[in-house]
Design a protein around this ligand. Structure first.
Ligand code: ATP
Length: 365
């Protein structure tokens, strides 16, 4: 089931009459069976978008389609959605089995599909066992939530959401209560479950690495506005603007102002990279892994004065100014370099991202 948002807008008005446009004219299509990340910093409108999809907020304007059906005016229970929040909200006095079965027992459509109570019990039994198997908690069905780890609780919450066989699964920061290791395990688990069930899934996160690692597509938002809709790799390799370039990647991209003169980007006074752009001032971004140490000087290379060096696993992390801005490179540790050295770099192909004064992408060289 694909999801289509058309000009979706949500304004909140406070008691003092100040207006916040939490979601601003959002138009996007999410393909059936995809896992899509809604990504952006705190307050960018991710959760509001998810709540609009869920029917928990009414849009100020715009429309939401699930497949060909306009669901904009439908209440949450009629949308065929499964919802998982960061605080799992499991029923503490019920067993895992009961937690998963509960929404089915209370579903009118499930009751009318299985009018005979014995038949209904058997159908519930089958669904609960199947779902438990998918999320790998079949050993835990008789436990209470308090007897489970955070990751197991999260899997129960997901099982409860998918037991109803929703058309769309909505996850709001589902991993934020887990410790670092469990986050990674559970996010892989979510990917596995999503691929196994094929349910179109929207996943809210502020963590770019999380979005990068499990989604098919990322919707990057800022101040209620969509910045880019693309595959994780595309947002990293070809960011639509300076905001996306900065948001994706850790350690972050290095940013600085540079002059272009006679077809060269000037870095630290050197003709660093050939770029067929008019002379003028530009914003430039270079990712830490794009620097390549070279021995020869000349056009297409530039020098830096190393201010700091550390060994990080197989790499050296070195810091130096680029046109006055503190910057960072990750280079292979078989290269000999010390603090205080002047070293020369060229850049990997397409390693320089050039933006205009507003931060919009011009291109890569
Ligand atoms: P976070 O990562 O912090 O949860 P978010 O990206 O999910 O942030 P939203 O919760 O969607 O952001 O909020 C977007 C904007 O709308 C924020 O400025 C927020 O203060 C505002 N907002 C959200 N809900 C309401 C509300 N019920 N009433 C008024 N303003 C709201």
């Amino acid at each position: 089931m694909d999801i289509r948002l058309e000009g979706l807008t949500k304004k909140f008005t406070s008691k003092e009459n100040t207006e916040t446009i939490a979601v601003n004219n959002l138009s996007v299509t999410i393909q059936s069976g995809h896992l899509v990340g809604l990504l952006g910093p705190s307050g960018c409108g991710k959760s509001t978008t998810l709540f609009l999809l869920a029917g928990l907020h009414e849009p100020t304007s715009g429309k939401i389609f699930f497949g060909s059906e306009d669901v904009t005016a439908l209440p949450p229970e009629k949308r065929g959605i499964g919802l998982v929040f960061q605080n799992y909200a499991l029923y503490p006095h019920m067993t895992v089995y009961e937690n998963i079965a509960f929404p089915l027992r209370n579903s009118k459509s499930f009751k009318s599909a299985h009018p005979d109570s014995r038949q209904r019990r058997e159908a519930i039994d089958e669904i609960v066992l199947n779902t438990a198997r998918i999320v790998a908690i079949e050993q835990l069905l008789m436990r209470k939530p308090a007897q489970l780890s955070g990751g197991q609780q999260q899997r129960v919450a997901i099982a409860r959401a998918i037991a109803k066989q929703p058309k769309v699964l909505l996850l709001d920061e589902p991993l934020s209560n887990l410790d670092a290791r469990l986050r990674i395990q559970t996010r892989e688990e979510i990917r596995r479950i999503q691929q196994k069930t094929g349910i179109t899934t929207v996943f809210v996160t502020h963590d770019q690495e999380e979005a990068m690692s499990i989604t098919d597509e990322i919707i990057v938002m800022k101040d209620g506005l969509v910045q880019q809709v693309a595959s994780p790799q595309e947002t990293y390799m070809h960011p639509a603007n300076a905001f996306v370039a900065r948001f994706m990647g850790n350690p972050p991209i290095n940013f600085f102002d540079a002059h272009i003169s006679s077809g060269y980007i000037i870095i630290n006074g050197d003709r660093a990279v050939e770029a067929d752009l008019p002379d003028g001032e530009y914003k430039v971004g270079i990712r830490p892994e794009s620097f390549v140490p070279v021995s020869a000087s000349g056009d297409g290379t530039f020098h830096v004065d190393v201010a700091y060096k550390a060994t990080i696993g197989r790499d050296f992390q070195i810091r130096f100014p680029l046109n006055g801005n503190d910057s960072e490179a990750l280079i292979e540790s078989d290269y000999e370099v010390s603090e205080g050295d002047t070293v020369r770099f060229s850049l990997k192909r397409s390693g320089v991202h050039v933006f205009d004064a507003k931060g919009d992408r011009i291109g890569q060289w």
